[in-house]
Design a binder for this molecule. Structure first.
Ligand code: PLP
Length: 392
């Protein structure tokens, strides 16, 4: 019996990244002391007060089917938060709740792209992006952002890719995983111009919006002419250390929100009510709880900058946000894949090779800031020494 061809299309292009991760996990299972700086799993656990809200909701009886687009109170809370933070009036009808940011990314592309259409995404990229775009039969087209331009996407490259491919959508991510870069106003204005000139929908993945260390997070939905063509992806995974709760959302025009609602009727049938109540509690704690969750990553970003300062072998891409830093190790003569494999084998430190985020990040490493400060500092010092010993 044959399976659908789509299964193969959903595979990402992560290359050796998964191999490193799985090997590191095997080593840990075998009792080896590996310092894991691989995936974006917060080392801090969900705040017990959020769990209490979840427990109270479930025990209070919110265990049945829920409103499939999301409970009204949560949609209203998300809409108010977006209105307050962006200055753009947003209503509950502009919000649909999803089981995490990943489901939101999938739903957005399903709502906007037909089979055979093309969707653009910027590289380096979060590894699910190409598979997500291809899931519904669309073509995924990478547009590289170059290290020489600080990994800021260039309007001319986006424009050329949109015209050549006839794309209908563009997916961007700022603060960015894997680079830790925040897109400037100029970059986002360039993105907005291309979207309008080439009639693209913009899907703006803003799941790291609370992890901004320099400058400001600008949601491109707020730029002139963009609200009617932008879907913003949000999530509580990183902002509130709720990766396992699976809760996120899309904010966009009502027609697109309604399309995602229809998709949810046919797929997830909504998000558990007690998880939504926990999310409502979390969001109502406001910026203070978010700042508490973000603080360790900012501190560790500073540790990474200090430990790697002045190294010719490991050059940090200036990290302005997110829970990662990216380092250029091309001077060692090793590929990111080879460096990461040897670092794991010889130093028992797990990092992700840049190649697992696309060729645009070849010769780089992504280091997740997800270990406590002392352990991180020691691992980075060893990583630096390892790289410097490999300099030709
Ligand atoms: N987008 C980006 C850029 C991510 O890094 C992640 C997770 O690491 C997600 C989306 C998905 O997050 P979640 O589905 O946990 O909300």
């Amino acid at each position: 019996m044959k399976l659908a061809a789509r299964n193969a299309h959903m595979m990402g292009d992560a290359g050796n990244g998964w191999a490193i991760l799985f090997r590191a996990r095997e080593m840990i299972a075998a009792g080896e002391a590996v310092t894991m700086l691989t995936i974006g799993e917060p080392d801090v656990k969900t705040d017990p007060a959020i769990l209490d809200a979840m427990d109270a909701s479930a025990r209070g009886g919110n265990t049945g089917y829920t409103d499939i687009a999301g409970q009204h109170a949560l949609r209203a809370e998300i809409a108010d938060r977006v209105s307050a933070r962006t200055g753009l009036q947003t209503r509950p009808e502009n919000v649909v709740v999803t089981p995490g940011g990943q489901a939101a990314l999938f739903a957005a592309h399903m709502a906007l792209l037909d089979a055979g259409d093309s969707g653009l995404y910027v590289a380096p990229y979060y590894p699910t992006y190409p598979g997500t775009i291809r899931s519904g039969g669309a073509r995924a087209v990478a547009v590289p952002a170059r290290p020489e331009c600080g990994f800021q996407p260039e309007a001319a490259a986006l424009d050329a890719a949109a015209r050549t491919s006839g794309a209908k959508t563009l997916l961007i991510n700022s603060p960015n995983n894997p680079t830790g870069v925040i897109y400037t106003r100029e970059t986002l204005e360039g993105v907005a111009e291309v979207c309008q000139r080439c009639d693209l929908w913009l899907i703006s993945d803003e799941v790291y919006e609370t992890q901004v260390w320099e400058g400001a997070h600008i949601s491109p939905r707020t730029l002139p002419g963009m609200a009617e063509r932008t879907l913003v992806i949000g999530s509580l995974s990183k902002s509130h250390a709720m990766t396992g709760a699976r809760i996120g959302w899309i904010v966009g025009p009502e027609t697109a929100v309604e399309a995602v609602h229809q998709l949810a009727i046919n797929t997830t049938y909504g998000v558990p009510g007690f998880v939504q109540d926990a999310a409502l509690y979390a969001l109502r704690q406001g910026a203070a709880m978010e700042a508490r969750n973000a603080a360790p990553y900012r501190r560790r970003r500073d540790i990474a900058a200090r430990v790697l300062a002045g190294s010719q072998a490991v050059r940090l891409i200036h990290p302005a946000g997110s829970m990662y830093v990216m380092a250029d190790i091309r001077a060692t003569g090793l590929t990111g894949d080879a460096f990461a494999a040897r670092l794991l084998a010889e130093e028992k430190i797990g990092v992700m090779p840049g190649e697992s985020f696309g060729a645009a990040a070849a010769g780089h490493l992504r280091i997740a800031l997800t270990q406590e400060d002392g352990l991180l500092e020691a691992a980075l010092a060893r990583l630096r020494a390892f790289a410097e010993a490999r300099m030709p």
